[in-house]
Design a protein around this ligand. Sequence first.
Ligand code: TEU
Length: 550
Amino acid sequence: MEHTTPWWKNAVIYQIYPRSFQDSDGDGVGDLNGIVQRLDYLAGLGVDALWLCPVYRSPQDDNGYDISDYCDIDPLFGTLADMERLIREAARRGIRIIMDLVLNHSSDEHPWFLEAKKSRENPYHDYYIWRDGVPGTPPNDMKACFGGSAWTWVPELGQYYFHQFSVKQPDLNWDNPAVRRQIYEVINFWIEKGVGGFRLDVIDQIAKVPDEKITNNGPMLHAYIREMNRATFGGTDLVTVGETWGATPRIARQYSDPAGDEFSMVFQFEHIGLDQQPGGEKWDLAPLRLTELKRVFSKWQTELYGRGWNSLFWNNHDLPRIVSRWGDDGAYREVSAKMLATLLYGLQGTPYIYQGEELGMTNACYPLKDCRDIETLNLYKERREKEYTEEEVMRSIHAKGRDNARTPMQWTDGPNAGFTTGEPWIRVNPNHRQINARRQTGEPDSVFSYYKRLIALRKNTPVVQNGRYELLCPQDPDVFAYKRDDGKNTLYVVCNFYGRPAEGPLLPVREGQVLISNYPEPPAGRRLCPYEAVWYLCRNDRADPAPSGQ
Ligand code: TEU
């Protein structure tokens, strides 16, 4: 057991996609000074840390996930001095800055890669992964995440290089100790700048073994992470979050064991894949079954309890907007957005809010000409060349495309939603006239005010941090209900997941025990209105007999 609870166990983290958050100089792209302008808004919401998607120098092939200088800021976003000011200004408000580290690959315009492809003898050659071959016959049939082969031919060298993402994102060779040393220097550079932690992009893919077609969870993975921990953030109070698509609860315990020497927590996606066809890709749509969501959440809650730490999220910059995805972005937009928050925030872990989620922002559903994301554009081409119809492909893009998350933050009902005075790099969602921060911040019943209350409640309700989890009514197809019990108190969380009335479980709760609910009046008895959600808090000596063995 730990002696003191690390700050991030009781924190709420807000994710910013800097490109789309706030533009301060009228070039249509959000920037660091824009974030500074909005710090009071973020402090008002009650968040403890901001995770910034990459703002390093980058050709922006994958919106900054292709880095050409790890120790400088891209002029699109500002300067190193702006970054230092952001760190200071955030700290004045009790907010830490979390940087996004993209260490699996660099940009093909990074000086390391420019050197590497000059000759096989160049000292940087071995910073990347090369295989001999002949043009037209890649070393194997591995595919890149953004379409096409994972191997790209360089005629001058007579070799292929390996890339798990776009051709402009060559994979770094972690088996080379010089690469690892350089990376640790980068991490220490940012630690010295005073950042509050790191989110580690696709960290479970760094120890790939392409010849065996191993991408995530390679044999050397945990050895490299432990070495990185020792050389950089180990022993500090920085938060470290590993993006781990391939984690199981067992693997997650290894990453985030409270007594361990890897990361603070994992950011894993098992629940996110539940509305796609088994064996298919995310574009192959299938309806979500609530009982499956319950099974997955319950598994993680139970199997990490006391032995690891998870992130709680519905959204990020790669995912569609949750209110459009699993709520109702029409008539029940507000109440369903609140229900989804109520459900998630009663669980154990560290919640992440993705910008605009606290306003109930929705998917955009743009025609292809307004889409910007490399993944979407490649997917469209690839599927249209196969047997898919225009309508099928666009349906998938509207449901799952990453641009849904990347439309500009909706600050006001005015021109370009108050995001920019220039031409935005991606269209603003026309519904900013109804859905915007200006309208919601002063409105006690808004989605924003609800998130704010929930964040404050979470922090003041210890059972949310430590209570043991138990799923209630597991077979109920409409209601997600669970309890958390820390011996002293029990928190009951009851959510009707759909837009039709339902019946909740029978609970030992009385009037006056409601902490929060998303209708003007809390539920009457067991009957639940569409998307109705509630937290009840009971003292165990008054409601339930104290559970044995505690
Ligand atoms: O995403 C990891 C990743 O695997 C994504 O490609 C994911 O599968 C996809 O977005 C789902 O459609 C991280 C970043 O979050 C993402 O923005 C980057 O594009 C990617 O790594 C490459 O750095």
